[in-house]
Design a protein around this ligand. Structure first.
Ligand code: PMP
Length: 287
């Protein structure tokens, strides 16, 4: 891979010159929040919504907004330009910064947050082989903490669940709590039954997906029926279709859950249509 230019605390640097402290709270305590914004044709998808969610995550964690907060659009655009990103994504992370030592207590409120952004080029984001084939998922128990609505960088369990999926020959895992599907390891989960789109309602149990909000809005505008309620793993296994959404996966059809084929085992019509609508509509408002 060619050397990227990344952003660290106000500076644009070659990736191998970018450094943060070993005392950084993000490193020692997973004390940080993040966002992933997709880039299509060099433009940012749903940028404002990601910025609003970042502000909420910071506030829920009692973290101050970094000085760079108001410049985030400019920084994103600069990174897209400097790294010549056509299709891809931008990762942004803000941590509680470097208190100069290890301590469970939060550092003084005026400790500057650490801000890191970098790009990832993904030439096949739109023509994704996974979206074409449809994903196979397995069900795993949801063993995460109780504030999944905050987009924190403590991603160890989702990472473990992805590895469990890989070991089972699947593409991803859906997490289940009290018999109900919460969400995917890095995406929101949906089923389709008798033409109705069903996805879990927003609460502290799941991340409030930016793609979820957009897809549900587009679905309703297209007169599709949407039910925001919890569904069981059993319901999912008996659904006509399933899919998941995320900033980098858009709408991805699910064709198999725990080895059981959904319908005929091919991506379903509702998921395929929603993917098309989502791509078309979000490109219109890309900035
Ligand atoms: N749920 C979880 C647990 C996630 O990690 C993500 C993506 N980071 C999502 C849902 C999807 O959110 P978005 O559409 O904002 O990418």
């Amino acid at each position: 891979m060619t050397m990227r230019t990344v952003y660290v605390n106000g500076e644009y640097l070659p990736e191998d010159e970018a450094k943060i402290s070993i005392f950084d709270r993000g490193f020692l305590m997973s004390d940080g929040v993040y966002e992933v914004t997709s880039v299509l044709g060099g433009k940012l998808i749903d940028f404002e919504s990601h910025k609003i969610r970042l502000a909420r995550s910071l506030s829920e964690m009692s973290m101050i907004q970094p000085a760079a907060f108001d410049d985030l659009l400019e920084i994103h655009r600069e990174l897209v330009a400097r790294n010549d990103i056509g299709d891809g994504l931008i990762y942004l992370q803000v941590t509680r910064g470097n208190p100069g030592d290890r301590d469970f207590h939060y550092p003084p409120a005026d400790t500057p947050p650490t801000v890191v952004l970098f790009t990832q080029a993904k030439p096949d984001l739109v023509d994704s082989p996974l979206a074409k084939r449809g994903a196979r998922v397995i069900a795993v128990p949801d063993m995460r903490w109780g504030r999944r609505d905050i987009k924190t960088v403590q991603l160890l369990y989702p990472s473990m669940a992805k590895m469990m999926a890989q070991q089972a020959g699947a593409d991803d895992a859906w997490m289940v709590e009290d018999g109900y599907v919460t969400e995917g390891t890095s995406n929101n989960a949906y089923i389709v039954k008798d033409g109705r789109i069903v996805t879990r309602a927003l609460s502290n149990d799941i991340l409030h997906g930016i793609t979820r909000a957009a897809v549900l809005r587009f679905a309703r505008e297209a007169q599709m029926e949407v039910e925001e309620r919890s569904f069981t793993l059993d319901e999912a296994l008996n659904a006509d279709e399933a899919f998941f959404t995320s900033a980098s996966g858009f709408v991805t059809p699910v064709v198999e859950i725990d080895g059981e084929k959904m319908g005929d085992g091919a991506p379903g019509p509702v998921a395929k249509r929603l993917r098309e609508i989502y791509l078309e509509e979000s490109l219109k408002s890309a900035i």
